[in-house]
Write a protein that binds this ligand. Structure first.
Ligand SMILES: Cc1cc2nc3c(=O)[nH]c(=O)nc-3n(C[C@H](O)[C@H](O)[C@H](O)COP(=O)(O)OP(=O)(O)OC[C@H]3O[C@@H](n4cnc5c(N)ncnc54)[C@H](O)[C@@H]3O)c2cc1C
Length: 405
């Protein structure tokens, strides 16, 4: 499907984070002419994210619909990575290493036991291990580990390398990358027809996909009744490095609830060790705080005491695009010509393959594939839900106990 004028792209994607880029790449592969506008394509939350593909360990009560989409995206990951690495000529650091979730005290153990029961009721594969069995798998764990869950299906990818590969794949597929902000959506009659760009130009397109991450609700010109109920949820992350002679420090992702707070350690093949993450509702603030770094190091040290020997190479904060129900907004809005691909919250890296597939199919066929229908933006369009969803920045620093990635 292609618009009639050879000068007008079929699709304009506003936002070149991993979600906008995968949408653009997949749409271009379908033969559509695609432009992306973003001052720094390949930036965004992927520069901070840990890259856990944690469909099973990230299961939460009440998120069963999202679980289905998460599992489907995890299933698509190996083929997606192979295709992307081929298309870009770059590696993305996909490791099928599995995850170990452990408990350090009786309360944390009870919490993990509940998660295990929920996983089993949901038909998911995970195995309960004693503390000794956990340490046999990961000898660097603290002697106090009381037990844990072995989840062999939760893997990882390096989000920075994923983003870089998507930029190259887009360029090679002929996507027009405009390195500038979209300032305003253009609506003509009852239809979205393009965007006014910060460089002074205006770009028309057959369809517009808004993939602006936590900024998605801020694009001017989007009619008030086409609410984009996305808010920023700050996460601070540390990067350490494991010196070569000691590698491998950990062989899989290790995560825990320490005194009720979530912490994870994600070991990359190149020796990088990512420790994350706080979860704070502070608007668009991305300051790294002493308190955030302290809490992460304190909890990670309790879990794996040897980390204090490792060089600390980076501290950084990023913004998860949170939606009112923690699930993404995918597909058509009530404004013809405007689609959303946003609100991926703590699972955006995991959901990258399936998002690209469903958005490309929607753009080509005009129909949202069955697997994505529950995530249609229309679920927030009743006036009551809109009132609940409207974002008021909450000026308090908090680590939300049930949200860990
Ligand atoms: C600390 C942390 C840890 C995480 N860990 C994981 C994890 O382990 N596993 C996982 O699956 N996910 C994880 N995530 C979540 C994941 O990183 C995000 O869900 C995902 O990166 C969101 O991608 P996006 O492209 O939708 O948004 P973003 O990455 O925010 O990108 C949006 C882009 O749009 C651009 N943009 C916005 N508005 C405009 C405009 N008007 N004009 C032009 N450009 C615009 C921005 O410049 C930006 O580049 C984590 C996130 C954080 C912060």
């Amino acid at each position: 499907m292609s618009s009639h004028s050879p000068h007008i792209p079929d699709v304009l994607v506003v936002g070149g984070g991993i979600i906008g880029l995968v949408t653009a790449w997949r749409a271009a592969q379908q033969g559509l002419r695609v432009a992306v506008t973003d001052p720094a394509p390949g930036g965004g939350a992927a520069q901070v994210a840990a890259g856990m593909l944690a469909a099973v360990t990230e299961l939460h009560y009440g998120e069963h619909t999202l679980l289905g989409l998460n599992l489907e995206s995890a299933r698509r990951y190996p083929a997606f990575v192979a295709e992307l690495e081929e298309a870009s000529g770059q590696q993305v650091g996909y490791r099928s290493c599995g995850t170990l979730a452990v408990a350090l005290d009786a309360d944390d153990r009870a919490h993990l036991r509940e998660l295990h029961a929920l996983q089993r009721r949901s038909g998911l594969e995970s195995e309960w291990l004693s503390g000794r069995e956990c340490r046999r798998l990961e000898p660097m764990l603290a002697p106090g580990v009381r037990g844990g869950l072995r989840v062999d299906g939760d893997h990882q990818v390096d989000p920075r390398r994923l983003a870089a590969a998507l930029v190259v794949a887009c360029e090679r597929a002929g996507v027009d990358l405009r390195r500038t902000w979209a300032e305003r959506l253009v609506v003509e009659g009852d239809r979205a027809t393009g965007a006014v760009l910060a460089d002074g130009g205006e770009l028309s397109a057959g369809q517009v996909v808004l993939a602006g991450g936590s900024l998605s609700g801020r694009l001017e010109g989007v009619p008030a009744d086409v609410l984009v109920p996305v808010r920023p949820v700050k996460g601070q992350v540390l990067r350490l490095t494991v010196p070569r002679p000691y590698a491998p420090f950990l062989s899989r992702t290790v995560r825990a609830v320490v005194r009720g707070s979530h912490v994870y350690l994600v070991p990359r093949e190149d020796g990088e060790l990512v420790v994350g993450a706080t979860s704070e509702e502070l608007g668009w603030d991305t300051t790294v705080t002493a308190g955030g770094v302290y809490e992460l190091l304190r909890d990670a040290h309790e879990l794996v005491p040897g980390i204090t020997e490792l060089p600390l190479v980076e501290t950084r904060a990023g913004l998860r695009p949170g939606s009112p129900d923690n699930a993404p907004l995918l597909g058509f809005t009530e404004l013809p010509g405007l689609l959303l691909a946003t609100g991926h919250y703590r699972n955006g890296v995991l959901l990258t393959p399936v998002t690209g597939d469903v958005l490309a199919e929607a753009l080509v066929s005009g129909e949202l594939p069955e697997i994505a229908r529950a995530f249609s933006p229309g679920r927030f369009s009743s006036p009551m839900v809109q009132r609940v969803a409207s974002y008021e920045p909450v000026l308090r620093e908090t680590r939300l106990q049930e949200q860990s990635v």
